[in-house]
Design a protein around this ligand. Structure first.
Ligand code: FPP
Length: 256
């Protein structure tokens, strides 16, 4: 456990937090309520998470709100989630802007209806100058889709003669996957008890520290997030190097 004060300058505080918000449906079912009630409660927990990041000076928060695969859920649940996203966007954007949060979306935006797409664009342009917290909502997002769209964009440049195939290396792919302008997530949190990544940020999570809790997403509170941060603070991140190399970084630099 870290005894250092919680400041963004401390390496013990993650710069970028990535979260799978799981367990809304079970939270509602345990109360004998429809699943959509769980998603509504989940939207409130999103605010808990944003507040926590702002208080701790975490620079970037990426939330998995809707996966490429979630389109396959029952039609009424997808419809209810769309309404919820639209309402949340309409309701929250002014407050997020006031608090210095920059909002962006990653994923296949064209799969959403026009009203949601317009709200997404509005939220992004309204908050684009903010720098206190970079909030990214992954919606209709899949890690495999992300890598495929990066590969396609490289292929387009090769076909047009702007890029040599020899120039395609890890750095070239890293520049074209989503979140390329942010540091890679330092800490990944998943609620809901499952210990998997579920097609979230497959490229970006290569060296991210993973933390799982059985708590359901609507139950999220600051104490739980603090437990995750305390656990993170006690870990040694070696990035494929040895512990000795990490302890003496003058002899070998730690890769980004
Ligand atoms: C996973 O729980 C959650 C989702 C598929 C939707 C996430 C949506 C929210 C948290 C609400 C609003 C978000 C924003 C950004 C405004 P699940 O339904 O898979 O739960 P289960 O595993 O218990 O069935």
């Amino acid at each position: 456990m870290s005894s250092e004060p919680a400041t963004a300058a401390s390496p013990r505080i993650p710069r970028h937090l990535a979260v799978i918000m799981d367990g809304n449906g079970r939270w509602a079912q345990r109360r004998r309520r429809p699943r959509v009630i769980g998603h509504r409660a989940g939207a409130r927990a999103v605010n808990v998470c944003i507040d926590f990041c702002l208080e701790r000076g975490i620079e970037a928060l990426t939330l998995f709100a809707f996966s490429s695969e979630n389109w396959g859920r029952p039609e009424d649940e997808v419809g209810a989630l769309m309404k919820l996203f639209l309402n949340a966007l309409e309701r929250e954007v002014d407050e997020l802007d006031r608090r210095g949060v920059r909002v962006r979306f990653i994923g296949e935006r064209e799969r959403f209806g026009e009203a949601i797409r317009l709200q997404m664009t509005h939220a992004e342009s309204r908050t684009q100058a903010n720098t206190r917290l970079h909030l990214t909502i992954a919606a209709s997002y899949g890690g495999r889709w992300d890598i495929a769209q990066a590969a396609r964009s490289l292929a387009v440049d090769v076909a047009a003669g702007r890029l040599s195939p020899d120039a395609i290396d890890e750095a070239a792919i890293a520049q074209r996957v989503c979140l390329a302008d942010l540091p890679a997530p330092d800490l990944f949190i998943r609620t809901g008890g499952d210990t998997r990544i579920s097609n979230f940020l497959l490229w970006q999570l290569a060296y991210t520290e993973l933390w799982f809790t059985d708590l359901l997403w609507p139950e999220l509170d600051a104490a739980t997030l603090q437990r995750a941060l305390d656990d993170y603070a006690g870990r040694e991140r070696r990035f494929g190097l040895t512990g000795a190399q990490i302890a003496a970084p003058t002899t070998n630099e730690t890769p980004e």
